[in-house]
Ligand binder design. Structure first.
Ligand code: ATP
Ligand code: MG
Length: 214
């Protein structure tokens, strides 16, 4: 009998996926927050979960190491989406991608034609596309986390980061000056798995899409 593997990251994606899994009659046998296991079984012998870093989810699915995964739009844009079918916006882990600067920094002046700014971000592709659309020259600096620090120590003039409540920006004297896009997480499916394991994957797709509508 064939089986399927779903790639999830710990934290908000895992937590917000649990109700969707429950709707599909799938209950994990361990909690990745407390267990150190990276492969987690479920009540359904043909369904297992693998726990990966959020940025790695599309890669596991692209190569078929996982049949399905759940990843943020931010992560999917940086990955590029090769080999992935993206059938469903699950509308979980919602936030927005935005440009933020130090309070008082004159972003309007800095971004006038001919201006040039330094932007630190984990989201190089999304940032590149955003500033290219505005016909702006930017020097992008790749960071892997804590982007908020960069403008405070002179590494960059601005950051492109994800924001939900804005509390982290406020705590660091930063302000949002531009929204780039709203972000939520999508179901991604390996294109080959969709064909070879459709009898297992399609019912999950159907239940998830019902749950999103409901
Ligand atoms: P880590 O926090 O381990 O460095 P990460 O930031 O990639 O990794 P998570 O924090 O679990 O992983 O975020 C997973 C996804 O949730 C992100 O890709 C994004 O789509 C979404 N997300 C990130 N930050 C927020 C937020 N503050 N509120 C809501 N959703 C968010
Ligand atoms: Mg995070």
């Amino acid at each position: 009998m064939s089986s399927i593997t779903l790639a999830l990251s710990k934290g908000r994606i895992f937590e917000e996926t649990l109700p969707l899994l429950a709707a599909a009659g799938i209950v994990p046998t361990d909690n990745p927050e407390s267990s150190r296991k990276l492969i987690i079984g479920t009540n359904r012998p043909e369904v297992r979960l693998v726990i990966v870093r959020a940025t790695d989810t599309p890669t596991y699915v692209q190569y078929g190491a996982a049949d399905l995964g759940i990843a943020g739009k931010d992560v999917l844009i940086e990955h590029g989406g090769a080999g992935l079918y993206q059938p469903l916006d699950l509308e979980i882990a919602r936030c927005r991608m935005c440009v933020a600067v130090r309070k008082g920094f004159d972003y309007g002046a800095a971004t006038r034609p001919g201006g040039r700014i330094r932007v630190a971000t984990k989201y190089i592709n999304a940032a590149k596309a955003h500033f290219a659309n505005k016909a702006m020259h930017v020097d992008l600096i790749k960071l892997y986390g804590s982007m908020e620090l960069a403008p405070l120590v002179g590494l960059a003039d601005a950051i492109v980061d994800l924001v939900s409540s804005g509390a982290t920006l406020r705590a660091n004297d930063l302000e949002e000056v531009e929204e780039i896009m709203s972000i939520s997480s999508r179901l991604v499916v390996n294109q080959a798995s969709l064909k070879t394991k459709r009898e297992l994957i399609q019912p999950i797709l159907d239940v998830f899409s019902q749950a999103v509508k409901g």
